[in-house]
Design a protein around this ligand. Structure first.
Ligand code: 6GU
Length: 228
């Protein structure tokens, strides 16, 4: 899979895309990720990418020219399955959307900024608008990093069997069970007896039961989806 991210702040994406599982996926050639600086596509002599809003007092707006140039430059090289815009008024991102995106071949993510983007960009170039939650971020870069991370870890071969994405929280609308490591007792705090039993069947049943109980208690909304 190939992901092209267009942003005014490429530096913000540096760290999340170059560590841990995403880094490994890139090294293995399972995910090809390219970060593009929007300024490189500006025809303005000062490389500006924003301008005043036609509606008074509305703050700066991302202009259509550099965005159109960036998208068209990428489209000349290959076809894209989705051109995503990260914005707080987009559709709420969830595991189902991550699964859907992980099946695509090429996607572009345009990171929103300032007081928004010229509506003509959204009307003519964007195929999907995504928000990562009901709160306001300074820019769409962190959202793009979140989307990329959640999608890349789903690509075949990225995770080992042991950490398989199929056993992730949310994959079947259940939260993960609690986990423990050595020592079996620390300052009087004990690991549940059953985990020390060596009985795989009993342990699996316990884990499933714990998942159900935690989901009921912590995320009743998810539990409804699981049981309904
Ligand atoms: Cl995608 N962008 C911004 N600026 N804020 C957000 C968001 C995106 N998702 C939630 N809040």
């Amino acid at each position: 899979m190939r992901i092209d991210i267009i942003t005014v702040l490429p530096e913000i994406l540096e760290s999340p895309l170059n560590h841990s599982i995403v880094k490994r996926a890139r090294e293995k050639g399972l995910a090809e990720i390219h970060v593009h600086s929007l300024r490189d596509f500006s025809s303005d002599k000062h490389r500006r990418v924003d301008d005043y809003s036609f509606s008074k007092g509305a703050g700066m707006v991302m202009a259509i020219q550099p965005i159109e140039k960036a998208i068209e430059t990428l489209k000349k090289e290959r076809d894209y399955d989705e051109i995503i815009f990260t914005t707080p008024d987009g559709k709420l991102f969830d595991q189902k959307e991550a699964n859907t995106l992980s099946l695509k071949k090429n996607i572009i993510i345009l990171c929103g900024h300032y007081k928004g983007v010229d509506q003509r960009v959204r009307d003519h170039f964007i195929t999907k608008e995504i928000s990562i939650g009901d709160y306001v971020l300074t820019g769409g870069e962190l959202a793009a990093a979140v989307i990329t991370d959640s999608v890349v870890r789903l690509l075949p071969g990225v995770l080992s069997d042991e950490t398989s994405a199929l056993t992730d929280s949310f994959q079947d609308y259940l939260l993960s069970p609690p986990v423990y490591t050595r020592p079996a007792e620390y300052k009087g705090m004990k690991v549940p007896e059953i985990l020390l039993s060596g009985n795989d069947k009993l342990i699996d049943d316990w884990k499933h039961q714990q998942s159900i109980e935690r989901t009921k208690k912590l995320r009743p909304d998810l539990y409804k989806k699981y049981s309904g």
